[in-house]
Design a protein around this ligand. Structure first.
Ligand SMILES: [Zn+2]
Ligand SMILES: [Zn+2]
Length: 298
């Protein structure tokens, strides 16, 4: 796995255009195909074996599935369409005010001064405000303006794949006939005879789906594990030890999610204006003093 990541990073660095044109459609296609596949399997095959298809629980499960898929796709689309590029700032904000000039730094690629916490992305070929990382699954850079959408996209992927796994477990627990079809049943040796009964084509398909489901759950979970310190300390993926902008969990959360904070969980369409345009970053008082003393401000 590490071998693939290193290879991808090398290709992205040496052949950014080719990487973008290849990796983006594959990664986005994988996400869309995965959503369509798991939603179909769960809602038309697995859940009807747990709840009565004419009953209230089945209808409520459909509502929940629609809500989750809406939030995955909605946040994914909003993330892709919301640019965090420095070039998207109003013209008068692309040039530092005299009192801010010492905080800005020069980008050798863009040949201009860019705001603090902005970094150049070779794949996007521009500087990104509070750049976190380039995400192939949303085919864009994650930065100041679209971080909120990326975060909830990841969270809803975890919720969706987590509930799909939970439905398999529920089927395992409540349906004795189906239980024999899961490898887990035989690994636990619940029937006393290892691999002796209950295996057919349906069983193989069911187990493959379950294994795919586990992978589909673990991947966004790892993505979120990387994002939690970012959110907690107001850092970025590549500057995880930089605690200068940590203003406390509430302020950090608002800084990334906007004025509505946690309400943004419910829909990507909820308006949540960001506290500033991505050019001015408040620092902890102690680090401000250190930075001025060493003249090493970002
Ligand atoms: Zn640049
Ligand atoms: Zn990028």
């Amino acid at each position: 796995m590490c071998f693939i990541v290193v290879g991808c990073k090398y290709i992205a660095r040496v052949y950014p255009r080719q990487f973008r044109l290849t990796a983006h459609p594959i990664a986005v296609g994988l996400v869309l195909a995965g959503i369509a596949f798991f939603t179909t399997v769960e809602m038309f095959y697995v859940v009807p074996m747990i709840f009565d298809p004419d009953g209230l629980m089945y209808k409520l499960t459909w509502l929940l599935a629609i809500f989750i898929v809406y939030n995955i796709l909605g946040n994914m689309l909003a993330c892709h369409r919301t640019s965090s590029s420095v070039a998207n700032l109003p013209k008068d904000r692309q040039i530092p005010a005299p009192e801010e000039e010492h905080l800005w730094h020069h980008c050798d690629y863009c040949q201009m001064l860019v705001p603090p916490r902005s970094w150049h992305c070779k794949l996007c070929n521009c500087c990104i405000l509070r750049r976190d990382h380039h995400c192939v699954f949303t085919a864009t850079c994650i930065g100041h303006n679209n971080y909120r959408y990326f975060f909830w996209f990841t969270v809803y992927l975890i919720i969706g794949t987590g509930l799909a796994m939970a439905s398999h477990m529920l089927l395992f627990v409540i349906n004795e006939d189906m239980r024999r079809m899961y490898l887990l049943f035989h690994f636990l040796n619940l029937n006393g005879q290892f691999f002796q009964s209950g295996f057919d084509h349906l069983s193989i398909v069911l187990n493959l789906i379950f294994v795919l489901n586990v992978y589909a759950f673990i991947f966004p979970l790892m993505m979120l594990a990387y994002q939690l310190p970012t959110l907690y300390l107001n850092t970025t993926f590549y500057t995880r030890r930089d605690g200068r902008y940590d203003l406390g969990i509430r302020e950090n959360f608002k800084s990334l999610m906007g004025k509505r904070g946690l309400w943004t969980f419910f829909s990507p369409t909820i308006k949540s204006p960001l506290l500033q345009d991505g050019t001015k970053w408040e620092q902890k008082l102690s680090t401000v003093c250190n930075c001025y003393m060493s003249k090493n401000v970002i």
